[in-house]
Design a protein around this ligand. Structure first.
Ligand code: ADP
Ligand code: GN1
Ligand code: MG
Length: 371
């Protein structure tokens, strides 16, 4: 029994779900938190569902700060959505309080749990099945960033320090190589060489930020397609979820992480690398939609650096998978041996593909520059 199942009953007892709980099953494909879907006994023909999550202790050291960020951001978005005539219960997340009125529950083993209403009549995709769907997610993430434009960034805790600090990610990889805790360095020679040949790239966005070329904004920082819920009725991106990493960051990273995950037709851990290719049409569709959603808030410099966002988020993610593999798979959930190395390889294949299509990636986004 995994650690989460051990204290699941304690977590369930900490909440009033409005009716007896009939089941709690593992749910979704996230790599970080332990997610369960809770079903209650139907009352008046209505069976309610909730998302119950044990927050990853490997990723988040301060659940109090994490939850303070999420309550702040969801309250802020909720007010904006209501003011615009939207449906707050479907378009923004809402933190359900424990029986003691707290935003999260701490179990007897120090695990931290939280609950959200399960948003119904939605799709949550692992790959972009159609360009329209990918565009819908792009509009949602662009809109999310625009809606948080006025959010007081200084009140946000840094839930994972140096999260998209690619220079720091590289330094951590080098430390993992030096330690070789699992004796796996020998089998990763090609992947390590791939990163070392791109050491200078790791500084490009950070240097542009240090030079004042790229502004810091409140960003999502984990804009995978499966972190947006798509409305079944309209096909539009309705609710942005997984708000654990909302922090000050770069807009190009929110763009880039979506491209990394969604602008191809393969799974993140695909073993057959011939199937892993950047789809430039999806890249173009997403760029247009993300900028539409952002509603003119991005500067020309941010638009110009969008291809760098795509390349660096992909390279960085590959570096993170490789580091976790070398350290013994403590951070990303894995279901099989070698999965993090396979994930690393798909990322590096995508990086190589982006480099081969660099001029096209630039010319696609340059169309959207204002000046
Ligand atoms: P992780 O950080 O592990 O990725 P997420 O918060 O993204 O965790 O949740 C994992 C999955 O659970 C999501 O990809 C989605 O499928 C589902 N999910 C999360 N929150 C909700 C919600 N409020 N309503 C419906 N599905 C949800
Ligand atoms: C994790 O939480 P999830 O599964 O949406 C990770 C992202 C990675 C992604 C790779 C908090 O995202 O940074 O890009 O896996 N989230 C965290 O699939 O580390
Ligand atoms: Mg997620």
């Amino acid at each position: 029994m995994s650690a989460a199942e051990k204290t699941l009953a304690e977590a369930l007892a900490a909440y009033d779900f409005g009716a007896p709980v009939v089941g709690a099953m593992r749910y979704g494909c996230g790599h970080i938190n332990d997610t369960f879907c809770v079903h209650t006994q139907p009352v008046d023909d209505c069976c309610n569902c909730y998302i119950l999550q044990r927050m990853s202790a490997a990723a988040f050291k301060h659940p109090d700060q994490l939850m303070a960020n999420i309550v702040g951001v969801t309250d802020y978005l909720g007010e904006k959505i209501t003011a615009a005539g939207g449906d707050r219960s479907r378009e923004a997340m809402e933190v359900i309080r424990t029986r003691e009125g707290k935003s999260y529950f701490t179990d007897s083993e120090d695990g931290a749990w939280r609950v959200f209403p399960f948003v119904k009549d939605i799709y949550c995709y692992q790959t972009a099945e159609t360009p329209e769907l990918f565009a819908a997610s792009g509009r949602a993430f662009g809109r999310f960033q625009r809606m948080l434009d006025g959010y007081p960034a200084e009140t946000l805790y840094e839930t994972i320090p140096h999260f998209h600090d690619t220079e720091d990610r590289l330094a951590k990889l080098k430390a993992a190589i030096a330690a070789d805790a699992m004796g796996r360095v020998g089998e990763c020679g090609d992947e390590i060489a791939f990163v070392m040949a791109r050491e200078a790239d790791c500084s490009v966005a950070l240097q542009a930020q240090r030079d004042g070329v790229l502004p810091l904004r409140v960003t999502h920082n984990d804009t995978k397609l499966n972190n947006v819920l798509i409305d079944r009725r309209t096909g539009e991106g309705m609710c942005v979820i997984d708000l654990d990493t909302v922090m000050p960051g770069l807009s190009i990273n929110d763009f880039g992480d979506s491209i990394r995950f969604g602008a191809n037709h393969s799974a993140e851990d695909e073993k057959d690398l011939s199937r892993v290719n950047l789809d430039l049409d999806l890249y173009a569709v997403y760029a247009k939609a993300f900028l539409e959603g952002a509603g003119g808030t991005l500067t020309d410099a941010e638009i110009e650096y969008m291809p760098w966002g795509a390349k660096l988020m992909t390279l960085e993610c590959g570096i993170r998978f490789l580091t976790d593999y070398l350290e013994g798979d403590h951070y990303f959930h894995t279901q099989r041996e070698g999965q993090n190395l396979d994930r690393c390889r798909t990322q590096f294949k995508l990086v190589a593909d982006m480099e081969a299509h660099w001029a096209e990636m630039q010319s696609i986004v340059n169309r959207f520059r204002k000046g």
